[in-house]
Design a protein around this ligand. Structure first.
Ligand SMILES: Cc1ncc(COP(=O)(O)O)c(C=O)c1O
Length: 392
């Protein structure tokens, strides 16, 4: 392999670019994970995480990718065979459903339009029919990374409240956290699933499960589903002092300490406003190229990533690979049934205007050289918007 000068553009909606400050924090020596310095650090991390998630009762940190926390959420709050309702509007939502089914739960899928958000009215209607209260949990993905569609979680909460339904509300916030406002307590979310490699700007490897008191009560009350490594009870005991029931990934926790500090310094509103601004610039570029955003609902477009459709008969995957080869930039691939039909531009994590413009320039040059039908002017449209858009 030959050396390529300059930096690789990792323009995915996760994993995202890890800032130097986070990497530097991770190079400290590993310390005793049962010693006082470690306990103090982890108690501080719990506080920081509660702030990011919007005041849950507790945030479990698991050495796992985010999908591990899909599993954690289910096996700690449900009994074997329990009925769950899942809104399916994308690749990750359907995978969460597959996990639930593989774990032996009775999964009912509400098939949604992949090009739009979760429909709270449909969910409310289904919950109202459930007079026997069979449904134990409602599962929704906040930001569907495969499609670039964001759902309104507060409206799903309202659906549960309208039906007076006691089911737990479980939300995948893997690619929305620290990019889109997230308010666990205010929205009455019982379990939020997340991972380290997206808005939190860390390498992959940590999974998070932010939980409400109600979820913790269910955990104590239900006939437990089989679980061992992912058991909350063991975690809760050790977490009280800032410890884990096993050896945690100390260096990733150092990184988390740095990334939480960075998010606090920027401020939650400013972080979300920055993501909204960069996302809007990207959409203007896409429109300027005469290409179509996969998301068809202007109120549900994503702050984290934009999924762009190639024209009929054009190969989005070949385009993506050409951009990688020619300009050293990774764009997101089309996932599941969208393979070859779309490419995804990530605008998530540690990113500013000029970094985004570099990425969009790479897309525009790629479009020029790859034969994807487009019009000129995307980059100029983004530049014009960003030059005018003021930081709050
Ligand atoms: C919305 C969403 N949920 C879940 C996952 C799975 O996360 P992981 O690959 O860390 O297990 C992803 C990964 O991109 C995601 O975007």
């Amino acid at each position: 392999m030959t050396y390529r000068s300059g930096r690789h553009f990792l323009q995915l909606p996760g994993p995202t670019q890890v800032p130097g400050r986070v990497f530097r924090a991770m190079t400290r020596a590993v310390i005793d994970h049962r010693g006082p310095e470690f306990g103090r650090m982890v108690l501080g991390l719990f506080e920081g995480l509660k702030w990011v998630f919007g005041d849950p009762a507790h945030v479990f940190i698991f050495p796992s990718s985010a999908s591990g926390c899909w599993e954690t959420a289910l096996v700690n709050t449900l009994s074997p065979g329990d009925h769950v309702l899942l809104w399916n509007n994308g690749f990750f939502a359907s995978k969460w459903g597959d996990f639930a089914r593989a774990l032996g739960f009775d999964v009912e899928i509400l098939e949604g339009d992949w090009r739009g958000p979760a429909d709270a009215e449909t969910i409310a209607a289904r919950l109202a029919q459930d007079r026997e209260r069979q449904i134990q949990a409602v599962l929704v993905v906040h930001n569907e990374t495969s499609t670039g569609v964001t759902s309104d979680i507060a409206s799903v909460r309202d659906a549960l409240d309208e039906a007076g339904h006691p089911a737990l509300l479980m939300v995948d916030a893997v690619s929305s956290l620290a990019a889109t406002p997230y308010r666990q307590a205010e929205w009455g979310v019982d379990v939020t699933v997340c991972g380290s490699q997206k808005g939190l700007m860390l390498p992959p490897g940590l999974g998070f499960c932010a939980v409400s008191e109600k979820a913790l009560d269910r955990h104590r009350e239900v006939a437990p589903a089989p679980r061992a490594y992912f058991d909350w009870t063991a975690m809760l005991g050790d977490n009280e002092g800032g410890y884990f029931p096993y050896t945690p990934p100390t260096t990733l926790l150092y990184g988390l300490e740095a990334s939480l500090a960075m998010l606090r310094e920027e401020g939650a509103d400013a972080t979300c406003a920055r993501h909204a601004r960069l996302a809007e610039a990207t959409r203007r570029a896409v429109a300027g190229w005469g290409l179509r955003n996969y998301c068809q609902d202007a109120g549900a477009v994503s702050n984290a990533g934009t999924t762009v459709m190639a024209g009929e008969g054009e190969d989005a995957e070949a385009f993506r690979l050409a951009v990688l080869e020619r300009f050293d930039m990774s764009l997101g691939t089309g996932l599941g049934p969208l393979k070859g039909k779309v490419f995804r531009i990530g605008h998530l994590g540690d990113l500013n205007e000029l970094m985004l413009m570099g990425a969009l320039a790479g897309v525009e040059m790629g479009l020029k050289t790859s034969g994807i039908t487009h019009t000129a002017g995307g980059l100029a449209a983004a530049a014009e918007f960003l030059a005018e858009a003021r930081r709050p």
